[in-house]
Ligand binder design. Sequence first.
Ligand code: NAD
Length: 276
Amino acid sequence: SKVPSITLNNGIEMPQLGFGVWQVPNDEAERAVATAMEAGYRSIDTAAIYENEEGTGRAIAASGIPREDIFVTTKLWNSDQGYDSALRALDASLGRLGLEYVDLYLIHWPTPERGKYVETYKALEKLYSEGRARAIGVSNFLPEHLDRLAAETSVVPAVNQIELHPHLQQHAAREYHAKRGIATEAWSPLGQGKGLLKVPAIVAIAQKHNRTPAQIVLRWHLQQGNIVIPKSVTPSRIRENIEVFDFRLDDEDLAAISALNEDRRLGPDPATFNLA
Ligand code: NAD
């Protein structure tokens, strides 16, 4: 594949760029994932709450690509937190995906008010030991939540998937993850395609390299070492977003993008987010 891999802390290889399917209805997800596989993507990021695991699974089956060449991530929803319910939740996800195992299983949000993410993570450790997930990790965990896992569980999360883009660069979290061997995966890597792709500094760098703003932002992530999962349902954009391995940003470009940090979230604050 044209996409390089990141070696996770348990030795598993994860493509550094994958395809996200948040807010894509089941049937459309099937088409979009099929287009992505044809374009060369081999990593797909879904979640139980996205209600498109079935469509994603159908596209994977229809692709004809060997299962071991595809990296599938799904996530456990908040209402399934708890030891037994987490075990059942992965069963249900695997049933919808039509798979025997996932490559990465994540706790979607810590929902600290619930007080259940430690026991939930212990269920993920069991699923990992059984080979139903080749790697386990978390999403939207703050350092305080990771500290509790470190104190009370034994498998270091392979990944923390967090909101990360040039307006929210997450320097402290990235440093914390690096120290503990946790890979940083960026959700909404394009800033949800909103104002970010029109920022003059990014447009200027795009013109300089004869690329699109989305490609510049993805290239910035890759050169930082982030795992990225851009989403699109538009075939030309799906293809464009993976054509980012044949050029490099120089130090001046990287510095200009680093100057765009505003510590500004588009999504909820993990300390308080608790939607059922
Ligand atoms: P994103 O940053 O990937 O932006 C996607 C949007 O950007 C598209 O809907 C489109 O409007 C636009 N876009 C995409 N490609 C473009 C291009 N080449 N040119 C111009 N515009 C383009 O946003 P996202 O979907 O929020 O995040 C990506 C993935 O991250 C999701 O699909 C999901 O898999 C994951 N995610 C996870 C969480 C979590 O809590 N763990 C939260 C949000 C998203």
